[in-house]
Design a protein around this ligand. Structure first.
Ligand SMILES: Cc1cc2nc3c(=O)[nH]c(=O)nc-3n(C[C@H](O)[C@H](O)[C@H](O)COP(=O)(O)OP(=O)(O)OC[C@H]3O[C@@H](n4cnc5c(N)ncnc54)[C@H](O)[C@@H]3O)c2cc1C
Length: 271
């Protein structure tokens, strides 16, 4: 069991293999001594990855001095990702990257990476729990949220009930997921000219079972969808921060640097 200090220690992690799960989703598997002691109970949790500095092209990681994080002269580029799965028996960590881009720090690195390439990792962090136990669940997101959604589905009790909506750009990104029989998974292929917010439309059509007294929800992914679904679900089911994780992960047309502050304002809103 790692100490809280070890959990936040930036680690240098090495790619040992990669595979395309679907045309737009790449699984990169990492293993190295720096990963030893990584927590086993954090599948689906957020992590910060560090990529090479844009100007120097070098990767230098921050380090800790007591409670303080110290940054190198050539700061690495940070991006938020998710622990898809860590296997302590083989000391292997899977991270699933959306291959939306060939040149951006996160996706571009994954598209181009080869075994032996390294990046930095800090975390894992929250949320904890990813989804509050309840009689019925609404779970939704796009491919960027699928690592968290997959981890949630794998850990739900076999008796769990609910609906899952996953927005994808092309039908080929649909693939099988492990989930309880009582949780229905629907893949929604994006067609913005017909419906700009298919997850919201799907949520608008669902009705919880009559015997469902408690509801909990998880929605993540593109900004506009998350903001709209958050408003809908809070209004309809009076969900609060305690039983509803609703965090935008990225915004169309903005990179992480230009979107960061707006995302944090949305994250900090009370509900
Ligand atoms: C807590 C958390 C967990 C996350 N987990 C994951 C994860 O496990 N896997 C994952 O792939 N992403 C995940 N994300 C989202 C990821 O951080 C962003 O998509 C990030 O912008 C990717 O960085 P980049 O360098 O590839 O693109 P950026 O340099 O940030 O952006 C470049 C361009 O690509 C666009 N873009 C960014 N992301 C996407 C996308 N998903 N689809 C289409 N266009 C996009 C931007 O709008 C911009 O125009 C997570 C985000 C958060 C906050």
């Amino acid at each position: 069991m790692s100490t809280p200090d070890e959990r936040v220690k930036p680690r240098l992690i090495e790619c040992i293999r990669k595979e395309y799960i679907t045309p737009n989703l790449i699984r990169v598997t990492f293993s190295c001594d720096d990963l030893l002691g990584f927590p086993e109970d954090k599948n689906g949790a957020g992590i910060k990855l560090f990529f090479a500095n844009r100007e120097s092209g070098t990767l230098e990681l921050p380090w800790r001095e007591g409670d303080k994080i110290c940054w190198p002269e050539h700061k690495p580029v940070p991006r938020a990702y998710t622990v898809r799965q860590y296997r302590a028996d083989t000391n292997e960590l899977d991270i699933d990257f959306v291959a939306h881009n060939k040149t951006s720090p996160g996706a571009g690195w994954a598209v181009n990476c080869q075994p032996g390439d390294t990046i930095g990792l800090a975390g894992p962090g929250g949320p904890d729990p990813l989804l509050l136990p309840a009689d019925w669940h609404i779970i939704a997101g796009d491919l960027s949220a699928l690592p968290a959604i997959s981890a949630i589905l794998e850990e739900l009790p076999s008796t769990a009930r609910g609906v899952v909506f996953i927005e994808i750009d092309i039908p080929e990104d649909e693939h099988s997921l492990v989930h309880p029989a009582g949780v229905e998974v629907q893949w929604l292929v994006r067609a913005p000219q017909k419906d700009p917010l298919p997850i919201l439309s799907a949520i608008n059509k669902v009705t919880p079972p009559q015997d469902a007294v408690s509801i909990s929800a998880f929605v993540a992914g593109e900004n506009e969808t998350v903001v709209a679904c958050r408003k809908k679900l809070i209004g309809e089911y009076q969900l609060t921060r305690k039983n509803f994780y609703a965090i935008p992960y990225w915004k169309r047309g903005k990179n992480e640097e230009t979107y960061h502050n707006e995302r944090h304002e949305i994250m900090d809103e009370e509900y």
